[in-house]
Each structure stands twice: as C-alpha cells, then as structure tokens.
Design a protein around this ligand. Structure first.
Ligand SMILES: Cc1cc2nc3c(=O)[nH]c(=O)nc-3n(C[C@H](O)[C@H](O)[C@H](O)COP(=O)(O)O)c2cc1C
Length: 186
C-alpha cells in the first residue's frame, strides 16, 4: 500500500488548541486505515504571512509552500474553531488564496470545535459549502466537538470517536481508490 500524504489545515489562532488536538486524533484515525505522512498547517503560525497577502503573489515562501502542500495532499483535514458562528476569518482567507482547482475531487474531512452544541451545524452550513465550491469530495461524516468534551489532552466521547473513525475510513477509501490504475478504477 502506498503512503498517503495527509495535510491538516487548522484554523486555530491560539496555542494550545483544542481544534489542533481534534485534528491530531483525526490523523491518528487515518493512520489506522492506511500508511500516511502528515503535515500540520496552523493559522496560528501562518497568520503573519497569510494575513497581509491580498493575492497568492503577495505570499512569501512559507505561504506559497503551504498552498503547494494543500494542493498536493491525498487527504485534506480542514478543521477550525467556531468563531461567531463560522470558521475563523484567517482560515477562510487562506482558502481565498488557493487556486479554485486545487481541491478538485480531493477527499476532505471537515471538523470543528466550539464552545457548545449551538453551532454544531457549522460543518454542514459553513465548511461543506466552502469545499463544495472547490469541487472537493467532502466525506459524509462531519466531525464536530464541543469543548466540554475535551479532557485537557484529548477528546474521549465515544460518539465523537465513532464519527472520527468513520470520517477517516471514508477519506482513506476515496484516496486509495483514486490511486488505482484507470482500468481498475471503473
Ligand atoms: C472570538 C471567539 C469567538 C467564538 N465564537 C463562538 C461561537 O460563535 N460559537 C461557539 O460555539 N463557540 C465560539 N467560540 C468558542 C471556540 O469556538 C471554542 O472555545 C473552540 O474550541 C476554541 O478552539 P481552540 O482551542 O482550537 O482555539 C468562540 C471563541 C472565540 C475566541
């Protein structure tokens, strides 16, 4: 089995981050299904280069490398804290700088953390339409975690863990199928 490249884009602006912890658990789940190398991109670290750029040409080498990694991913994990009922502004800004074709038919796991369950539908109402614009294969199982489920290190809620597992399985299934030769993929 070939090694998959998983890229995480996490919209967290602070550190430590519950959203980043959730992303880590999603990557662990992906690894239970396929060999994968993972790269983590945090807006907390990218903010100084991404924030001021009005178009991709204004990005420095770090920002351009982030866009290249996202486009080259076999699986993208897109996670964000809920801010004012939506993804963080810088999370959206990074994707505003991405080529519209960069995520076409790419398997994408959608995830978010929030202060409670009130905005759990961010995954369906905010994240999924954004990645629909890009023509991505967003997996059906969205992952939403209320911060109350975080024990300081990890999320341990069994229902949430099942969703993480399902999302990982779905994404790996799509990614591996895409690696089949055309004669077998039909
Ligand atoms: C500026 C700001 C706005 C927020 N808005 C919401 C919100 O609208 N709905 C919600 O459920 N939580 C909201 N939260 C709570 C965060 O989504 C929650 O604490 C999240 O788990 C933080 O993730 P992090 O630890 O990765 O930063 C907000 C937090 C901040 C700082």
């Amino acid at each position: 089995m070939s090694t998959l490249k998983t890229v995480v884009v996490s919209g967290n602006l602070g550190s430590p981050s519950k959203t980043l912890a959730l992303a880590g658990q999603i990557v662990e789940a992906i690894r239970r299904h396929a060999a994968t190398e993972a790269e983590i991109l945090q807006l907390a670290e990218l903010a100084p280069v991404v924030g001021p750029a009005r178009n991709p040409n204004e990005l420095g080498s770090v920002g351009k490398a982030a866009l290249t990694s996202i486009a080259a991913a076999d699986i993208l994990v897109a996670v964000t804290p809920v801010y004012k009922g939506a993804y963080t502004g810088l999370f959206k800004h990074l994707f505003d700088l991405l080529d519209p074709k960069a995520l076409n038919e790419k398997p994408v796991i959608l995830g978010a953390t929030g202060g409670g369950d009130k905005h759990a539908l961010i995954v369906e109402h905010q994240l999924r339409p954004l990645f629909g614009f890009f023509g991505a294969f967003t997996v059906p199982s969205g992952v939403y975690a209320a911060e109350q489920l975080f024990d300081g290190q990890r999320f341990a809620d069994p229902v949430l863990l099942e969703r993480i597992e399902a999302a990982a399985r779905q994404a790996v299934g799509i990614a591996l199928n895409q690696t089949l030769p055309a004669t077998q993929a039909a």
